[in-house]
Write a protein that binds this ligand. Structure first.
Ligand code: PMP
Length: 291
């Protein structure tokens, strides 16, 4: 594998970072996870725009323009023939000293990895996920805003540990006042009849690019889509629940905290949205061509 690292393409074995990089020392940096489908980078512009918004929020000056970044991502995909894969785009604060001060890190580190995708087991999509709500509260928006896709994922990892220890695949995180936020690496939706509900950003979730895509496709296909505060009660009593994310795409949920959702099988609306999403990802306009 060839990795883009700070202006150069290097073999994987040489793609190493300093132990003084604040990305490593403090989780100080931002990232994106992006899919490629059929030789196209899915919604690349949207991912780059979100990366720059994350960087802006943490006061990190990007060392290149969005257009230069777009070209680097495409070139990395080309170098690795990454036509149906997964891209990890990482921007670290860079090398500094052992103190916290980010102003002592003169140059951000930029890494682009274009790898194979680790697909979720087919069983998740056919049978649906069992998930639980967990005690780890999602980061307060005025602490580390969940809209910042930062390199510090400990909040999410703590919740993931609770889910795994609880014998299920995924966790639903609540915010500091008990409202539903999102899963550890995916957004969450409830379906009631032909209405889709998902928490608004201010409740404490990442504005997922898959979330936005599903909302758009649903609205175009006769669903009513709303962003609204949700409690656990709303999840337990939904007709259907599903998660969305770059790696997972659209994945059904059939049990939450031992409450069976939608008869314990993936529902018709979720299956319809899975199909609409796949059809959209196959369309040429959904991504930038790798050439
Ligand atoms: N929430 C969190 C915390 C995530 O890490 C992700 C994955 N990037 C998502 C939601 C889903 O976002 P997207 O659809 O842009 O992948």
């Amino acid at each position: 594998m060839t990795i883009y690292l700070n202006g150069k393409f290097v073999p994987e074995a040489e793609a190493t970072v300093s132990v003084f990089d604040h990305g490593l020392l403090y989780g100080d940096g931002v990232f994106e996870g992006i899919r490629t489908y059929n030789g196209r980078v899915f919604l690349l512009q949207e991912h780059i725009a979100r990366l720059y918004r994350s960087a802006q929020a943490i006061g990190l000056t990007m060392p290149m323009t969005p257009e230069e970044m777009r070209r680097i991502v495409l070139a990395t995909c080309k170098a690795n023939d990454c036509r149906n894969g997964y891209i990890r785009l990482v921007v670290t604060r860079g090398v500094g000293n052992l103190g916290l001060n980010p102003y002592q890190c003169p140059k951000p580190g930029v890494i682009v990895i274009a790898a194979n995708i680790q697909l979720y087991p087919a069983e998740f999509y056919e049978k649906g996920l069992r998930i639980i709500t967990v005690g780890t509260v999602r980061n307060h928006p005025e602490a580390v805003n969940p809209n910042i896709k930062s390199l510090n994922y400990l909040n999410n990892i703590m919740a993931k540990i609770e889910a795994i220890n609880g014998g299920v695949q995924e966790a639903v995180m609540l915010n500091h006042i008990g409202y539903v936020c999102e899963a550890t690496g995916d957004n969450i939706f409830a379906v009631n009849g032909s209405t889709l509900t998902t928490p608004p950003a201010w409740c404490g979730c990442l504005i997922g690019i898959t979330r936005d895509t599903v909302m758009k496709l649903a609205a175009e296909n006769g669903f009513t889509v709303r962003e609204s505060v949700m409690t656990r009660y709303d999840l337990y009593n939904a007709d259907e629940v599903f998660l969305t994310g770059t790696a997972a795409e659209v994945v059904p949920v059939v049990e939450i905290d031992k409450r069976t959702i939608g008869g314990g099988v993936p529902g018709a609306a979720t299956r319809k949205l899975m199909q609409l999403f796949h059809a959209f990802a196959a369309r040429p306009e959904s991504g930038d061509e790798i050439q």
